[in-house]
Ligand binder design. Structure first.
Ligand code: ZN
Length: 83
């Protein structure tokens, strides 16, 4: 996983996701087991909220963009990953 430096999210979009409490990974969609580490200790979350929290924790810049067509086309969230 890379670090997220900047992310754009459409504030109105809700994306169902899963967060793993073992490795803290966040994944789009529902899963009973963590796709990353296989743990069953996962919770259903709103991916946008999770990303915001992660960005705040990591000190990354977060910008909300309301109603950007480009974001709608790619599912409402975009992140620039730095490896
Ligand atoms: Zn995990």
């Amino acid at each position: 996983m890379g670090r997220v430096d900047r992310a754009l999210a459409n504030h109105a979009v809700k994306i169902a996701g899963t967060r793993c409490r073992t490795c803290n990974g966040v994944f789009a969609g529902h899963a009973d087991n963590c796709p990353s580490c296989g743990s069953s200790d996962v919770v259903t979350v709103d991916v946008i909220n999770e990303i915001v929290e992660l960005l705040v924790l990591s000190g990354a810049e977060m910008q909300f963009a309301e109603g950007l067509a480009e974001l709608e086309q790619i599912g409402g969230v975009a992140a620039l990953l730095r490896y």
